[in-house]
Design a protein around this ligand. Structure first.
Ligand SMILES: C[S@@+](CC[C@H](N)C(=O)[O-])C[C@H]1O[C@@H](n2cnc3c(N)ncnc32)[C@H](O)[C@@H]1O
Length: 280
């Protein structure tokens, strides 16, 4: 079978199993199976697939119809300007989270050298993207999940930042190193009702610890704010990603903990997504 025939078969198989974006996913899956770029497939549509490649292609298609996200099958995801390794131990980086990067870079002049803490680093996509853009900074990245930290460490190596980021496997509750200039966090913030309503792709494949913020969605978010109050220098900044309808309560918790609210930014869908505040 040549590429064009195999693409048609794959696309039909995914469509018949109710996978959205069946054509795109088939192209990506074929490119992974034959270890070539997607564009190369389209330029060589008459080339034949060998047996080994065909077995891989089928295996990936079967994973996709089980609703495994395409990013886990491919093993990477693009975020900001960079490529990140990912696996099932980490949340797939989301485009909305790029807002955190945008806001951080606006605050941080190119030549400034500051100390950053990333709480709940996951794949490391936030802290690594910031350090790539601001190479004079240094950072600590913590996560409660050891497996997630391993992925983040590999991503730091991939981007030649392993000497600039200190990775620590710890619950934010227990972390006790002070004097940060900037803390950033995209904590798990989905409440239990919304968690149960998530698409199966997310609920059955992405780690619960990365998504669930407990009954009201604030379990980790609250801890991040109360701890940041202690870990930041005076006038240090806290940049948080929050969920749908979490603005008012987050602002209240921030103000109760002595933070001044600098800015609230909306994501592409017009939802309040990122809060920038200063420790007074
Ligand atoms: C929403 S994910 C964010 C991952 C990554 N920063 C991103 O934006 O794609 C939240 C991360 O927080 C970690 N986490 C959850 N509870 C935590 C806690 N109590 N202390 C430290 N990290 C925690 C999870 O393991 C997960 O990697």
């Amino acid at each position: 079978m040549n590429y064009i025939e195999i693409l048609k078969k794959g696309e039909n198989f995914l469509k018949n199993n109710n996978v959205k974006n069946a054509r795109l996913d088939t192209e990506l899956i074929l490119s992974k199976a034959i270890n070539r770029k997607r564009e190369e497939i389209l330029l060589n549509i008459n080339k034949k697939i060998n047996n080994k490649e065909l077995i891989k292609f089928r295996t990936y298609l079967l994973r996709r119809i089980e609703k495994e996200p395409i990013a886990y099958i491919l093993g990477f995801k693009h975020f900001w300007n960079y490529k990140f390794f990912i696996n099932k131990s980490v949340l797939i980086p989301r485009p909305d989270t790029e807002l955190v990067i945008e806001e951080t870079l606006k605050l941080l002049p190119n030549n400034k050298s500051i100390k950053i803490l990333d709480i709940g680093t996951g794949s490391g996509c936030i802290v690594i993207s910031i350090l790539k853009e601001r190479p004079k900074c240094i950072a600590t990245a913590i996560d409660i999940s050891r497996k997630a930290l391993n992925v983040a460490k590999n991503n730091a190596k991939l981007h030649q930042l392993e000497n600039k980021i200190n990775f620590i496997n710890i619950d934010i509750d227990k972390y006790k190193s002070y004097n940060y200039d900037l803390i950033i966090s995209n904590p798990p913030y989905i409440n239990s009702i919304d968690y149960n309503r998530l698409d199966n792709d997310i609920k059955f494949h992405e780690p619960k610890v990365a998504l669930s913020g407990g009954f009201d969605g604030f379990r980790v978010l609250k801890k991040v704010i109360t701890k940041s109050k202690k870990l930041l220098k005076i006038k240090g900044k806290l940049i948080l990603e929050i969920g749908y309808k979490q603005k008012s309560r987050t602002l209240k918790i921030l103000i109760e903990n002595g933070f001044y609210i600098n800015k609230i930014s909306k994501d592409f869908s017009g939802i309040d997504r990122c809060i920038i505040s200063t420790k007074l």
